[in-house]
Ligand binder design. Sequence first.
Ligand SMILES: Cc1ncc(COP(=O)(O)O)c(C=O)c1O
Length: 366
Amino acid sequence: VIYVNNAGTTWPKPDAVPEAVAGALDAEPADAADRFRAAHERIARFLDVREPERLLLTPSCTGALAVALADLPWKQDDVVVTSALEHHALAGPVERLVRDRGVTHRPIPYRPGTPLDLDLLRDVLRGGGVRLVAVTAASNVTGELLPVQAIVDLAHEHGALCLVDAAQTVGLLPVNAAAMRPDILTFAGHKGPLGPPGIGGLWAAPGVRFESPRAVCDITAGAACAPFPTYCDVGSTNLPAAAGLAAGMSWLEGPGREAPGRARKLARRLAMALGERPGVVLFGGLEAGRTATVSFRIDSLPVQEAEAFFRERSILLRAAAHCAPMALEAIGSPGGTIRVSFGVFNRGGDVDAVLAAVDEAIPAGR
Ligand SMILES: Cc1ncc(COP(=O)(O)O)c(C=O)c1O
């Protein structure tokens, strides 16, 4: 089969990943703490986090976003600005803040090719009251990259915090916390960095304070307790997942070094070819740069039927709402899209196979 749902979860994993998971399960329990520390340090190094004690591993990026967004010290009437392309893992907790904490949400409207308009962002920031700018680094629907560094800098210029949800970029593009300097960075382990399911994380810059009503983690209180991350490891740690994620990251910096760039090139080639096909609507411009993800619709093939259609041709892709209803509204396709997302093991022939299947779905004579 041709697996092209890597924006959902990457598959298969490099052999080193299941080996590390199995190694962690087989290891003597007495070694668990040292192994966890080593995996944690490896993960921090991959993200160029200079303060590993401020890197919290969570069961998912969804969990990391839920903790970060719920536990900032909110005040009534604080404004949270997001892009219009957010995954529900970010949009959901923001909606809860609006409902429960009197926060105002201001999404910045989307234009194809301009996933986040910096002039509009500047206008909203000048309006005052913005506590947090929280954006995905790339759309999980269209694959478009947001101008993250400019967003972080603009937020800081106007005294706002900035959260970057890097679930779609870590592993596919360099994500360097020390250089980017967001206030909060969240990531998913099972996507680009090739880890197993069940792990993600967040890094919070020094000075970022969390209230911890959930008692998952209080980074500022960490100093008074055992050093972070031990303080935050509530109950048993997911050592197998941490070890697998560390192995995935090592693979990406070693034998797999060229693979993410190749995956992104495949996506660009597919997007360009789809853009020229009558009867196909391509979402997201080609100007903003993209991850390895391409979304489209075929006029003659309902989105709900597309997964089965492609599966019959041994192509496993995702045709649905992609857990991002707000992004689907923004791009004008509330019913979903067909999404092809390449990974480190895809090759040019996979693009050809997808295009051949698309051509079969387009009625002859178009
Ligand atoms: C942009 C974005 N944020 C967050 C998430 C949630 O990640 P996880 O699966 O680790 O909870 C996803 C997953 O698709 C995503 O695409």
